[in-house]
Ligand binder design. Structure first.
Ligand SMILES: NC(=O)c1ccc[n+]([C@@H]2O[C@H](COP(=O)([O-])OP(=O)(O)OC[C@H]3O[C@@H](n4cnc5c(N)ncnc54)[C@H](O)[C@@H]3O)[C@@H](O)[C@H]2O)c1
Length: 266
């Protein structure tokens, strides 16, 4: 599972899971392009990656705009020479005001499908254009345990992640003739800024949780939903991504891998 001399582009790499994934790839020898709408955060992560001794640079990228993505990818190609691995991490839980709601609103459907679904599609198409010319590449998408089955209150987010699992299979079929593998990791429950928003929503809307901190609500969720009773970490997800991105996964495509402590087994 070594990534020596591979070039990886990680969208949503400025924090949370993206940061953890970028670190695992860099630790295993990859040069990493950290691409995020938050350039400042991406620069901070790229600075930290430098400790692993490989090339790491930050780029401003908005995955919802094909034109902006094209510019970003062209700059990465000019500076790194190629992209071997694309990891589609950029994602959102909902629109502004989500913390005061108990069900998905129209704006939540809009933003989750624009960023999580269209963003994954656009980044994959733009980078695949380059990979197809080389006849090689690995694309790893990030969905969620929420995409494995319905859940009250988070309908838009879960449906957008189900779409990511589905589109992974379509891209895997379309890109197989070009020797490009496309797989998806479905993470469980990880303490990141996204989960802080989920915990805050629970705290505001569930009287039983009103006096708990966000972290206590998260810990309770782990105990309730996760058979292994352990929180997952960004590094856990990075390890799964590194497997799909490695030569060990040469014959694996169109597959989804749960990294969720047993929260869902389908
Ligand atoms: N945290 C969890 O428990 C969990 C569980 C399952 C799946 N996920 C998924 O993992 C991914 C990362 O989640 P996280 O918890 O680290 O969230 P996060 O909010 O901490 O990080 C999301 C990152 O995506 C970036 N981003 C948002 N919109 C973007 C855009 N248009 N273009 C480029 N970058 C953009 C943000 O700036 C941020 O750096 C998401 O796809 C999320 O759905 C998270």
């Amino acid at each position: 599972m070594q990534m020596d001399s591979k070039v990886a582009m990680v969208t949503g790499g400025a924090g949370g899971l993206g940061e953890g994934i970028a670190k695992v790839l860099a630790q295993r020898g990859a040069d990493v392009a950290v691409a995020d709408i938050d350039l400042h955060g991406a620069e901070e992560v790229a600075r930290q990656l430098a400790q692993y001794g490989h090339k790491a640079r930050a780029y401003r990228a908005d995955v919802t705009s094909r034109d902006r993505l094209q510019e970003t990818v062209e700059t990465i190609l000019a500076e790194f020479g190629r992209i071997d691995v694309l990891v589609n991490v950029a994602g959102v839980i909902a629109a502004t005001g989500f913390e005061d709601t108990v069900t998905s609103r129209e704006e939540d459907w809009d933003v989750t499908f624009t960023v999580n679904v269209k963003g994954t599609v656009l980044a994959s198409e733009v980078v695949a254009e380059h990979m197809m010319k080389r006849g090689a590449g690995k694309i790893v998408n990030i969905a969620s345990h929420a995409g494995r089955g319905g859940g009250a209150g988070g309908g838009a987010y879960g449906a957008s992640k189900a779409a990511v699992i589905h589109l992974t299979q379509s891209f895997a079929l379309e890109l197989a003739p070009h020797s490009i593998n496309v797989n998806v990791v479905c993470p469980g429950t990880i303490w990141t800024p996204m989960w802080e928003r989920i915990a805050e929503r629970d705290r505001r809307n569930d009287p039983k949780k009103a006096s708990l901190t966000g972290r206590q609500i998260f810990d309770q969720a782990i105990l309730e939903r996760c058979p292994l009773k352990r929180e997952q970490t960004p590094e856990d997800i990075g390890n799964a991504v590194a497997f799909f991105a490695s030569d060990d996964a040469f014959n694996i495509t169109g597959q989804s891998l749960n990294v969720n402590g047993g929260t869902r087994m389908n």
